[in-house]
Write a protein that binds this ligand. Structure first.
Ligand code: TRP
Length: 329
């Protein structure tokens, strides 16, 4: 069985794009692999969350993943900071990660642009910590989006470099697992681009039905098709894309035909779309609240997860120390 590792940052709530783009695939993977899914709460520190917010964010994200169907009985679900072994591997890997290559990382360059007032060393070495997360469990596959592929490239490089440096075949080089054609990109409601956590164009799994209705009714469209068979404009196509994911094919066909014959009323389409989204999100939202209210269950999940993750991580650390040359006196 392959080992799969994936980390989820504890910033922002899960939205429809995360759900159909990533989480649904996690649900499939957990049945076929030895999966480690964790909340990346060390990584979250790069943006300096307030102490009073950190725990709540972690809990929320955890509850959302569990509500979606991540099953802690079959996958190892844990909080990154419950497994301090990862920080030791991070330190060790930092010794052969070069500042030049870290500075050239796209995500780092982006951060310099976006948060020039907080370019901390944690941001620079973000890919090293991520590599430690992954190789500490000797992962083979890492399900990540396109934006993380460079980080994974670096993970492979760090693993290879360690093996070369010590003349061992110790760490496997993990592959990005992006589900190829099956990877769904869910667009936002603002006309262009994909749904994002911070773009203000998203529908969150925790949104109430009324919030969802309001958001969908406000979605950007156009003034309507003017000639039969005309291609929908990008904002309208985006609504069709979401509809294809949440609605019945007959519903999609109905509105596609209406568009083609220039009879479409976007208001009707949006009403239908909102209801179909709610059908998907409502059971998840209810489950999120149930889980958040069940402190005992959450404690049980994270402690069992931490125990399993630490067993795997501490074995790696023991072996890595030995390889590096730390020996008992
Ligand atoms: N960097 C990832 C993101 O921003 C989160 C992450 C941290 C991760 N460690 C990981 C993903 C290990 C996969 C494997 O989404």
């Amino acid at each position: 069985m392959d080992t799969v590792v994936s980390g989820i940052r504890s910033t922002g709530n899960l939205h429809l794009g995360n759900y159909f783009g990533a989480v649904i695939n996690f649900l499939k993977m957990q049945r076929e692999n030895n999966c480690y899914f964790f909340i990346a709460d060390y990584h979250a520190l790069t943006t300096h969350p307030k102490p009073e917010d950190l725990q709540g964010n972690i809990k929320q994200v955890l509850a959302e993943y569990l509500a979606c169907g991540i099953d802690p009985e079959i996958a190892t679900v844990f909080i990154q900071s419950d497994v301090p072994e990862v920080t030791e591997l991070y330190l060790l890997l930092n010794m052969n990660a070069y500042v030049g290559e870290l500075e050239r990382t796209t995500s780092f360059k982006e951060k310099i642009r976006k948060q020039p007032d907080n370019i901390n060393a944690g941001l620079l070495t973000y890919p090293v910590l991520m590599a430690a997360d992954i190789i500490i469990h000797k992962a083979h596959k890492v399900p990540v989006g396109k934006d993380q592929e460079q980080h994974l490239e670096m993970t492979r490089r760090f693993a290879r470099r360690f093996n070369m440096m010590y003349g061992v075949e110790y760490f496997p080089e993990p592959d990005a697992y992006n589900f190829g054609e099956k990877l769904l990109k869910i667009p936002g409601l603002d006309g262009t681009g994909k749904m994002g956590k911070s773009e203000g164009n998203g529908i969150f799994l925790a949104d109430t039905p009324n919030e969802i209705r309001k958001k969908v009714m406000r979605a950007v469209t156009d003034t309507g098709p003017t000639s039969p068979g005309q291609e929908p404009s990008e904002p309208v196509q985006n609504l069709f894309t979401i509809m294809k994911v949440v609605s019945d094919p007959s519903t999609v066909n109905y509105f596609t035909d209406k568009h083609a014959s220039c009879e479409i009323r976007y208001g009707d389409m949006k009403k239908q779309l909102a209801e179909d989204i709610i059908k998907v999100t409502d059971p998840i939202r209810e489950r999120i609240h149930e889980i958040l209210a069940d402190r005992k269950y959450l404690v049980k999940v994270v402690s069992a997860g931490a125990e399993r993750a630490r067993a795997s991580a501490s074995k790696t650390i023991r072996e890595v120390r030995e390889i590096i040359g730390y020996r008992p006196f």
